[in-house]
Design a protein around this ligand. Structure first.
Ligand SMILES: [Zn+2]
Length: 266
């Protein structure tokens, strides 16, 4: 896994660098000083194409590396599921032994705890897989952010994503406000799939410290309601329809600015 992490780190560093240039370039396009920055339209177009091409390559590398990471997690899933199944069977067996007075309550409780632990490991692994899918979606978005003309305030919608570049106040510490709104409106907890920087983001060198991902599809009623709320408060977000066109994998709403910067790899 070491070399895969290394590759991801390199790809991410590359993307960060390109994005920084891209954002700068886009800002220049949208300002009156365009003529000074890029003397003619042809050169401007060429620069943009170069950036797009570099970003496309880096994105490809990163998506590949993230997919390798996902594959390594997926390999563990049947092992963890088997552990869970074995532990559950042991509880069944020991429950009978306990009923017959052959083993102590403590021994039975130990086995029950083992089931809980095994279940936790399966849940955690599935959560990591989900987060890796979200990272794929967010990396794919980086390329689209460059390709799309951002227009007024950088707000736009494509078939894959909806970007709202709100200028209101946002910090992860305000998450509880969003949670309160959502719980009051939909009678259940906001399904946060990644709160700030997680182990998966660290592993992939992805800076997500001031953002949170919510596991709702942007086209669902809850997704629509959440986005309307965020817009009303000027909270920036990117809503992803999927990481893979035509599937719902990776669909989520990322609240906060796009995750571009790169955290150091441990
Ligand atoms: Zn996110």
């Amino acid at each position: 896994m070491g070399s895969s992490v290394h590759r991801i780190a390199i790809a991410l560093a590359f993307i960060a660098c390109i994005l920084a240039n891209a954002v700068e370039a886009q800002t220049k396009y949208s300002r009156k000083s365009t003529a000074k920055s890029y003397p003619n339209a042809q050169e401007k177009k060429k620069k943009h194409e170069e950036l797009a091409e570099k970003l496309s390559t880096a994105r490809h590398d990163l998506v590949q590396a993230t997919n390798d990471y996902k594959a390594s997690l997926e390999k563990l899933l049947p092992l963890y599921n088997a552990d869970l199944k074995n532990a559950a069977e042991l509880v069944k067996k020991r429950s009978e032994l306990y009923a017959q007075g052959i083993i102590s309550r403590r021994e039975l409780e130990d086995t029950r705890r083992a089931v809980a632990t095994a279940q936790q490991k399966v849940d955690e692994l599935n959560k990591q897989l989900g987060e890796a899918n979200d990272v794929v979606a967010e990396v794919e978005a980086a390329e689209k952010l460059l390709k799309e003309q951002s227009g007024a305030g950088g707000n736009y919608t494509t078939s894959a994503l909806i970007r709202f570049n709100g200028t209101g106040e946002w910090a992860l510490s305000l998450a509880s406000k969003v949670e309160t709104f959502f719980a009051a409106k939909y009678n259940h907890q906001l399904p946060i799939s990644a709160f700030g920087q997680t182990a998966v983001h660290n592993h992939l060198g992805f800076d997500h410290h001031n953002a949170m991902d919510v596991a709702v599809h942007p086209d669902s009623a809850e997704g629509q309601g959440l986005m309307a709320y965020l817009r009303a408060l000027g909270i920036p977000f990117i809503a992803f329809r999927s990481a893979v066109p035509g599937s719902a994998t990776g669909a989520h709403i990322h609240i906060g600015l796009p995750s571009h910067r790169i955290a150091p790899i441990n």
